[in-house]
Ligand binder design. Structure first.
Ligand code: SF4
Length: 448
């Protein structure tokens, strides 16, 4: 169970030495209870207190890291049931499954397609995170050779799927040390699987066919065996059943601080339905609630893009709009006589405008004002994109130094700011551009 700040305080040294960065032990205890600091920040905690406090300081859903280097991704560490309560932190990894019974060329083609797939949206690169390899042949040697062949093609982390500890051992030997996830330990094989995961420094997924009690029992046995990085599969393969299980696990971990189920979850979207449409529906559900990894059986860029966009939207902090840095951006190598346009730092606004400016082939400067990440009309209505803000940005980013003229173009939606901006920027000519970004190329052609 989570401990209160006062309960934690009683276990601290109470010397108020400030080495943790807080003025008193009580202040540190309060932060620790709110899970805003790590216990390690206090170097003076006794081993006894450490043991008692570790439960209180651990996140309710364990953070598990998979992969290495630029392909590392982390799952878990979530703190709320609903995105609007705060935010979801670690977006689920999406993996494509291949089987060791498939033709080598087919596997290579799929792996290359997934590894090379990356699409940019509002300045953020979106991609699949892992390859899942299933030991469908049941043969350890075949499994290992496919794992080795796939590793030769990609550095993406693996989800290795087999119930044979020997097959996992063989696969780990050729996997390349990229911190894979081994799937899965069950009531029948957990001791051998835990031993292999521990020896190989891998994370371990646990699959239950006997409900959440069996799952909780297994996590306790496996953590006692020395494997802490666990991922759970409660077993149901229906939309409604898995939704109920995932929600129950999340609720128990967050609301009841039930540690044995405080781990990220893995979902197999392709096992919910036989059709691509069914798989998409399942994957969408799992991304929204509450998978840490979603394994897909099909890869299609036209499906990947909306799924990854959904993931991006759900895991964007609702209190912080995605924004770009304020400043003056250049398009098509502008010279001093090119036009200067302005807009807000809301990412979607910026990328809509930037796309049109870039595509027009005409040189231009774009002044991005800090409007707390809001779009033009929203920021204007909230008083975040007004004449004063624009004038400050013109001066802060030295627009004068870049231009041979003193003209600035406002977005058409805020033409009403012209008069005030003229007062804020004496000597400047205030021009009004189009309302929609799509009309910018035509505007640039006629700009004087
Ligand atoms: Fe108290 Fe530890 Fe912080 Fe010192 S470092 S003030 S002992 S909590």
């Amino acid at each position: 169970m989570a401990m209160s700040g006062l309960q934690i305080y009683k276990l601290l040294p109470k010397t108020n030495c400030k080495d943790c960065g807080f003025p008193t032990c009580l202040a540190f205890a309060m932060k620790l209870a709110a899970k805003q600091v790590e216990l390690d920040a206090c170097p003076h905690v006794s081993d006894e207190a450490k043991e008692a406090l570790s439960a209180a300081s651990a996140p309710p859903i364990r953070l598990v890291k998979l992969g290495t280097g630029e392909h590392e991704f982390q799952i878990g560490n979530e703190t709320v049931m609903f995105r609007h309560e705060k935010t979801f932190f670690n977006q689920p990894g999406v993996a494509l499954r291949v089987k060791d019974t498939e033709d080598a060329a087919a596997i290579a083609e799929k792996v290359e397609a997934v590894s090379n797939y990356s699409v940019e949206r509002v300045g953020i690169d979106m991609a699949f995170n892992a390859i899942a390899i299933e030991n469908a042949s049941g043969d350890a040697g075949t499994f290992a050779s496919v794992v080795e062949a796939v590793r030769a093609k990609t550095d993406l982390p693996f989800v290795l799927i087999s119930e044979s500890a020997d097959a996992h051992k063989a696969a780990l030997a050729v996997e390349g040390g990229h911190k894979p996830l081994l799937y899965a330990a069950t009531v029948d094989n957990w001791e051998a699987m835990a031993a292999v995961a521990k020896e190989g420094g891998a994370s371990l997924a646990i699959r239950s066919q006997g409900g959440l009690e069996e799952l909780a029992d297994l996590t306790q046995k496996i953590t006692k065996a020395g494997v802490e990085d666990l991922v759970l599969d409660p077993g149901d393969r229906t939309l409604s059943g898995s939704l109920a299980q995932f929600t129950q696990i999340r609720r128990l971990a967050l609301k009841k601080s039930f540690r044995p189920l405080g781990y990220p979850l893995i979902a197999f979207a392709g096992e919910v339905a036989d059709t691509e449409e069914g798989e998409i529906v399942a994957a969408s559900q799992y991304i929204a609630k509450y998978a840490g990894i979603v394994v897909m059986d099909r890869f299609d860029p036209s499906v990947a893009y909306p799924l990854l966009t959904l993931r991006l939207n759900i895991y964007t902090d609702p209190q912080k709009p995605i924004s770009v840095d304020p400043g003056i951006y250049e398009f098509n190598s502008p010279t001093a006589d090119a036009p200067l346009l302005t807009t807000t730092n809301f990412s979607l606004t910026y990328f809509s405008v930037a796309g049109e400016l870039d595509g027009s082939g005409m040189p231009a400067w774009l002044l991005i004002c800090d409007a707390e990440g809001m779009s033009v009309l929203t920021a204007w209505a909230a008083g975040k994109f007004d004449a004063e803000t624009i004038a400050k940005a013109v001066k802060a980013f030295n627009a004068d130094d870049k231009l041979s003229h003193k003209k600035i173009t406002l977005p058409g939606h805020v033409a009403v700011l012209s008069g005030e901006l003229e007062e804020e920027l004496p000597g400047w000519e205030i021009q009004v551009g189009p309302r929609e970004a799509v009309d910018l190329p035509a505007y640039l052609k006629s700009w004087n």
